[in-house]
Every structure is written in structure tokens, then in C-alpha cells.
Design a protein around this ligand. Structure first.
Ligand code: OGA
Ligand code: MN
Length: 396
């Protein structure tokens, strides 16, 4: 019916809006991208009509942006953000939403520009402040300024500021600045607000009921046999790892801004449950040994990789993204003077032995020794997850 009305009244906002909404509902009912595209096209047409009420324009623009984000078409959402901002320049939310879209696109540069302008006009807006602080921390690596904005933004308790990402990076910046008491207060406040599982366990993608403890023993695991098998074969794995180290350029530097100083590189074999075929062919025996371990190779929230750390390295305290995996380290080349702290306990690796820990807990690494340290890292699903969960959890 709406199609018919549109045919007769091509410039009727309400007719086009009806068509768009119908397609939108159909898209959801039939889970159809074709209908969704049709809905988005129609919403865009509505926005191009000149005699449209403010109320309708807002409603359509908001829904259109919502659907474009859902579709992952962030670039196409930008002009709509801009036109709604142009029409309603005094509504801060539209400008914050533009910044959010830029952030989702990882376009820190544009996001920062938008937020900067917002804060000139509304210096007390909490949402703009936390996002601005987040960019200063992640993109500019300006810890002091980041702390200032994150702290002030969170203290407003405006909608959207009580978010684990902002708490995590505020705490992290404070730790790096040596302000560990303030960091601890932030973490405890994060637990109070249900953003973190505990002051040490600060992963953001969690299944809440899972047992959380920093260290695990082989015997705690349903797959103890697997760990035994790899420990028996550890020299084979070590030899492959060392020969990889002897070829320049195979190991890639850590890129997540986790090191204070030093050199930490990794050679990936599996990522998010997907085998890196090319790399696997370079260490076939290791790969074959791992293949009999479905909870590891199928762990879509983890990786399997060789990890090498050089003398003089310090890795800042950090938490992994999820409590749904455990992380096991097989010691391959372990000089003296290398340490790992998980929560409040420090241990070291042993050649041919596994250390198993939950990397959603805060952990930190020092290499105070004099020669290369090499380990194999194998992530595996947390043993309390159901089969259904292992099949369906997203791959954060
Ligand atoms: C980790 C980590 C790796 C290493 O495994 O999560 O942070 O190679 N350290 O010491
Ligand atoms: Mn780590």
C-alpha cells in the first residue's frame, strides 16, 4: 500500500516514511539484508525531502543511523550525522553520536576533532569528556591528560560514562603514572558498579558464573592428558620454536601498547579459533600436537602462539578481554630472572612445564635476565563453559 501511495505522491514524507518502516519491519521478520537496504534507502529519501517536520526528521535520522550502524555501514552514516547536527546545532547528543560512529570506525582523528568542538561549547559534558580522555589514552598516549578527562567525565555520572572501557583505561593510566592507590580506588569503584568481576579481574566480556581464580593446576582441568602429552614432547616444540626465531621477520612485535620497555614478539599459529595455515606449515610438529585439543584450537576467544621476550623487558600490568578462556604457557627457553605476576602472586616458567593462569586477572611480566625467553601460549575455553556456549559465544 505504501508503494502505491509513494507512486502517486513521490514527495510525501509520511508515505515514504511508511514505506521505510514497512521494509524495516520486514527486514527484521525475515532477517533480510535486502529489505534492510531498502529501508535504509527509503529513510535516506525521507531525509532529502525539504518540507519535513523537525520531529519526523529527527526520528528518521536516528533510526537510519541506528540501522546503518547495525549493518556496519559507518561511512554511509556520517553524512546523516552531519545533516542532523546542521539542523539541530544545539543538541549535544547528535554531536556525541557522530564521535561514537567515528570511534567505532577506529577513526580516532576525526572523533577527537568532533569531541574537541563539543567540549569548547559544553565543557562539562561527561560523555564527551570520557570519550576524549579515552582517545588521549589509546591514540595520543597522553596519560596525564587522559586521566584528567576520564576522571572528570566519570565523576559526572552522566549517561554512558559508567562504562568498563573508561574505568579500565583510567586505572591503567594511573598505574603507569605510578599512582597505584588511585588506580585501586578506580578498580574498586568499577567492581561496585558491576563493570569488573573483581579488583584484579577486569576483563570486559564475561560469563559471570564462571569460577575465577588467578592460577590453575593441570589437575583442575578436564584436559590434563593433553597437557601431559605436550610436556612429554616439549623439546620437539622448543626446537621448532627456536628455528623459527632464527628466521628474521617471522615474529611480530606486540602492538597493543603493553610494554613499558623492551622487546616482546609473537608468532601466531591460531587466532580466534582459526588456523594460520602459512605459519602452521612452518612448525608442523607443534601444530600436529595441538590439533588433538579441540578446546584450544576451537577457542574463538583465544590464540595459540610462540611468545619471545628479550632481556630488559617490562610488560605493564594488564588484563585480557574475557573470562571465557584460560591461558597456558609451556616453558621452552627459560633463563633465570624472568617473572610473571598474576593478581598478587609471582611465579616463573620452567622448561618443559605448563603454567596455567586466567589472563582476565591482572598480570605483569619482567625479564631481568640475560638471554631470550621463549614459551608457547595456548588459550583454551574455560572448563565450566557449556558446549552450547563454546559454539555460540562471539569471538571478542
Ligand atoms: C600473556 C602475557 C606473554 C608473555 O600471555 O597474556 O601477557 O610472553 N605475556 O610473557
Ligand atoms: Mn597478557
Amino acid at each position: 500500500m505504501f508503494n502505491k501511495i509513494v507512486e502517486q505522491n513521490p514527495a510525501s514524507p509520511r508515505a515514504l516514511y511508511g514505506k521505510a518502516q514497512s521494509l524495516d519491519v520486514l527486514a527484521e521478520q525475515k532477517r533480510s539484508n535486502k529489505f534492510l537496504e531498502g529501508a535504509i534507502d527509503a529513510y535516506e529519501q525521507v531525509l532529502n525531502i525539504s518540507d519535513i517536520t523537525d520531529a519526523l526528521f529527527k526520528q528518521v535520522a536516528e533510526r537510519c543511523i541506528n540501522r546503518l550502524r547495525f549493518r556496519g555501514s559507518y561511512k554511509r552514516a556520517i553524512p546523516i550525522h552531519k545533516s542532523v547536527i546542521m539542523k539541530f546545532p544545539d543538541d549535544i547528543n547528535y554531536q556525541n553520536e557522530l564521535a561514537v560512529t567515528y570511534l567505532t570506525m577506529n577513526n580516532f582523528y576525526e572523533a577527537k576533532k568532533v569531541l574537541y568542538e563539543i567540549l569548547l561549547k559544553w565543557p562539562d559534558d561527561g560523555f564527551a569528556m570520557v570519550n576524549y580522555g579515552f582517545i588521549l589514552k589509546r591514540y595520543d598516549l597522553d596519560l596525564k591528560q587522559a586521566v584528567k578527562y576520564l576522571k572528570k567525565g566519570i565523576s559526572t555520572r552522566d549517561p554512558g560514562v559508567i562504562d568498563g572501557r573508561f574505568y579500565y583505561h583510567l586505572g591503567d593510566a594511573l598505574i603507569r603514572l605510578g599512582r597505584s592507590e588511585e588506580a585501586m580506588a578506580v578498580h574498586i569503584d568499577g567492581v561496585k558498579n558491576k563493570l569488573f568481576l573483581s579488583k584484579y579481574q577486569r576483563s570486559l566480556h564475561n560469563v559471570d558464573r564462571l569460577t575465577g581464580k588467578p592460577w590453575w593446576a593441570k589437575e583442575d582441568m578436564p584436559n590434563a592428558k593433553f597437557f601431559d602429552k605436550l610436556e612429554q614432547q616439549w623439546m620437539t616444540i622448543r626446537d621448532e620454536g627456536i628455528s623459527l626465531l632464527n628466521t628474521d621477520g617471522l615474529f611480530k612485535s606486540e602492538t597493543e601498547d603493553l610494554r613499558e620497555v623492551g622487546d616482546w614478539k609473537q608468532f601466531e599459529i591460531y587466532a580466534r579459533g582459526v588456523k594460520n595455515e602459512k605459519n602452521c606449515r612452518r612448525c608442523p610438529k607443534t601444530c600436529q600436537l595441538i590439533e588433538s585439543f579441540p578446546d584450544a584450537i576451537g577457542c574463538r576467544r583465544g590464540q595459540i602462539k610462540f611468545s619471545v621476550v628479550q632481556p630488559g623487558t617490562h610488560v605493564w600490568p594488564h588484563c585480557g578481554p574475557t573470562n571465557c578462556r584460560l591461558r597456558s604457557h609451556l616453558g621452552l627457553k627459560v633463563p633465570s630472572g624472568v617473572f610473571i605476576r598474576v593478581a598478587n602472586e609471582i611465579r616463573s616458567w620452567e622448561e618443559g612445564k605448563f603454567l596455567i593462569f586466567d589472563d582476565s586477572f591482572e598480570h605483569e611480566i619482567w625479564h631481568n635476565g640475560t638471554s631470550t625467553r621463549l614459551i608457547l601460549i595456548i588459550d583454551l575455553w574455560h572448563p565450566e563453559l557449556t558446549k552450547q556456549e563454546k559454539r555460540t559465544l562471539s569471538n571478542v
